[in-house]
Ligand binder design. Sequence first.
Ligand code: ADP
Ligand code: MG
Length: 611
Amino acid sequence: MKLIKLLSKELIDKIAAGEVVVNGASVLKELLENSIDANSKNISVAVNNGGKTLIRVSDDGDGIYKEDIPNAILRNATSKIENDIDSIATLGFRGEALASISYVSKMTLITKTQSDDCATKIEVEANKIINTESVSGNKGTIIEVKDLFYNIPARYKHLKKDSAETSEIIDIAVQIALSHPEISFRLQCDSKEIFYTDGTGDIAKCISSLLGKNLINQLIKIDFEDQPLFVSGYISSPNFTGEKSSCRMIFLNGRVIKCDAVNKVVDSVYKEYYGKSGADFILYIRLPYAMIDVNIHPAKLEVKFLNESLVTMLIKQGIREVLKKNFILKEEPIYRSFDTKINAAENLVFEEAKNFIADKAEKVLPPIQNQTDLSDLTPFSTDTYHKEAHHIYKYEPDNDLLPQEKIDFPNQLNKEIFIRLVNMKYIGNAFGVYAMIEAGDELFAIDTHAAHERVLYDQYLMDFNNHTLSIQTLMVPVILDLSAKNYQLVLNNLNLFESLGFELDDFAHNSIAVRSMPYYLSDRDIQTILQKIIEEIGNFGTIGDVNKRSEKLIKAACHNAVRGSEDISEQETRALLKALYNTQMPFTCPHGRPVLGKLKISYFMKAFERI
Ligand code: ADP
Ligand code: MG
């Protein structure tokens, strides 16, 4: 008995149509991709009832030659690939969309190429041309899709409410319009204009038209290249207050894609600088077509980078550099807690205090400046702290460090801020750890502990990498008593300790003699530092990379080597700021905690109801 039969062509077409067309949004995606592939400059879309009754896409692209028109709606018929799919430069290549769409709807196509005298119009029902005529029209193509799934009731039933289908259509249209800022897009739903982009190629303008006018101010611009990779776009600032639902868009050579590997590297870099992942971003990635495989997903949504680890590594490095250069401070978190956390009893006390302080403040507060003009502020004399700072951080004062250009104040900061702050008014040290500096209409706080840690870490790591660590020999060795396990651990890692500047000897059963230590750590608590390093080594297990191990150990050593900050003087604070400027990443400690914070004068003015 024979059970296996060949499917009829009709059934094959029906199954294939179902893969490409699931709703109005999927029809629109295919039609827009075709218009883009046809080199259109202007594309406009009209949709009614969430695409159920009408989807019309009009473009001013190349059009379709008269002879080609019947082929355009055949399955597996395409003008876009010749022999192989190794290097696909167009959005479409499967030759399936028009066949599938025309199979499940009533479709009209009007098209005219540059060389045609007039346009040709065809009407198609269930993939059969039922009428052909010549009509007047401009160069380009108009495709109208009516009565979606009129011949497949089971599919029609699965469509959502008009409003839900409309919202999917808007999502797709927004993404595709963003993917090509150099093309002008217009979308109308039920005769209402939803958006318009001007097609000038200006990404910022395009984002404003599609995602909201104010959004762009809360984004950090990304732009870098590392041949053959080009990346541009935007990533949200840590103070982003936009909609909660995350917006992450990746465009690869103009194609909207999803890519977990890219999401992951962006998350990991963002976390390094801002302690959290989940930033929103819009990334335009360009790579040679031969480095990408787009044929791994039926809707061409996912792609495979042929050398994924290299590509993601380059993206990671690039974004890290961008975030480092444009570090943004998290703003005024205290003000929010002022609004929400004060209970009734506290409020009474607070009211009293406010009145009292407002009264006093009248006499001392400067008027609000609308714009911070740093050039108006008289710099402090720098002579005094140079002398003392010299032996604290061993830096040589060099005046040419002061940058000439003005910093992008106040939201987007680069490390020049540290040099500026060196010359601003030192207010004092709050709570034993936060050095306060007034600059224009802002009050900056420096976490001196975190700052010390960064400076120490950078110096230590640099000398370690250059093999220039200076070692301090101890006159009297320090004896460390250890548990049996840690004693063995130290004995097994004597070389590792030596590379970090610690010369250790087996002293007696379960104790170790420390003969020398790194110069940086010489007046610090050697016991705690070594305990911490031993603990880290115990945790290693999986880290194989020797350099990563050493970095981790140096981080641990520095964290524990920072001395109490209570006694940090004005001069030391200024020296610290300058030393920070010379580090790789002055805005955070090696563990990613912030070094710098600020409050605007408006914070005080609001708190004390002066505005
Ligand atoms: P694919 O895009 O994979 O080639 P489609 O079924 O989407 O397959 O389109 C079939 C062919 O019809 C395309 O290869 C192209 O030649 C032509 N075509 C479709 N839409 C347009 C358009 N808007 N402008 C010009 N040509 C088009
Ligand atoms: Mg196509």
